[in-house]
Design a protein around this ligand. Structure first.
Ligand code: DAK
Length: 261
């Protein structure tokens, strides 16, 4: 991994923890931070030892308070388009990563920060987390997929309200509307995410990868095609040693020893 100024990367067993670490700017995403995230996710995708990823923010106040407004203010049309393109690439890298990604939302997740959280597979929030798409306050629309991913997660009516009003919601409300999977005390946030990540990495690695890929791609299809696609992906499992070991271990009443092959 290259030296990074704004992102920290640690491996804890089979779990990678990625921390966006610019707490003085509430971890706002500037060009350099997005580039570092892009490199980091590229390397994680290639790393077969990593089975799950936790993405969080440095400090106690923010996950990510948005795209960096000071940086954006300087952009001309061309640089703006490049910035939006890079942001989209990072969000897609998270969404399409082979491994599941859990967002540990430890404070503000606003604008580009909310968009980053909704590119993850699972969101777990601390009690002080706040979510919102405040772009309309700045005279712009969400630029990293918010108008598209938010309605797909919480439905069109609720997404419209958040996008049009720019209102912030707290962790309890985010939980009520299905934006986060659970809410925990701040000090329990990383341990809770780690327990879930370790549970995921204890399963058959090929199955986890295929589950993510099949769910993601299938959601873009009609139900008939999606189910046929699932059948093909299900068939793929039978070409793996993980399937043979998983079923053999069950019948022998022992824990499976998966190899990810
Ligand atoms: N960018 C840059 N700096 C930020 C920031 C941000 N998004 N958010 C906070 N900071 C900085 C503050 O300027 C302050 O810096 P100093 O004054 O200490 O130097 C420091 O972080 C601490 O923030 P506050 O002093 O404001 O802290 P408070 O607790 O009082 O308030 C807050 C916390 C999160 C409510 C507040 O900071 C806030 O409202 N922040 C802005 C949130 C926001 O509007 N985020 C959405 C950004 S818009 C596009 C590409 C992308 C996007 C759109 C288009 N294209 C190219 C098409 C995406 C846009 C966004 O994400």
């Amino acid at each position: 991994m290259h030296a990074m100024n704004n992102v920290r990367f640690e491996k804890k067993g089979a779990v990678a923890v990625v921390t966006i670490d610019r707490p003085k700017a509430l971890n706002a995403l500037n060009f350099e931070t997005l580039k570092e995230l892009q490199c980091c996710f590229y390397e994680i995708d290639m790393d077969r030892e990593i089975g799950a990823v936790i993405l969080t923010g440095g400090g106690e106040k923010a996950f990510v308070a948005g795209a960096d407004i000071a940086h954006m203010q300087e952009l001309d049309a061309r640089a703006g388009a490049e910035f939006a393109e890079l942001g989209h690439q990072v969000m897609s890298a998270v969404e399409n990563l082979k491994q599941p990604v859990i967002a540990a939302v430890n404070g503000f997740a606003l604008g580009g920060g909310c968009e980053l959280a909704i590119s993850c597979d699972i969101r777990i929030a601390s009690e002080n987390a706040r979510f919102g798409q405040p772009e309309v306050n700045l005279g712009v629309i969400p630029g990293f997929g918010g108008t598209q991913r938010l309605p797909r997660i919480i439905g069109r009516g609720l997404a419209a309200e958040l996008l049009f009003t720019g209102d912030m919601i707290d962790a309890t409300e985010a939980h009520r509307i299905g934006l986060v999977n659970k809410v925990v005390l701040a000090e329990q946030l990383l341990p809770t995410c780690m327990t879930m990540a370790e549970k995921i990495t204890s399963k058959g690695p090929v199955a986890i990868r295929l589950c993510k890929e099949t769910m993601k791609n299938g959601l873009e299809m009609d139900i008939g095609r999606a189910c046929r696609y699932e059948a093909v992906q299900f068939g793929q499992c039978f070409a793996t040693s993980d399937q043979k070991e998983g079923m053999k271990a069950f019948l022998e009443k022992r824990r499976a020893e998966f190899t990810g092959e």
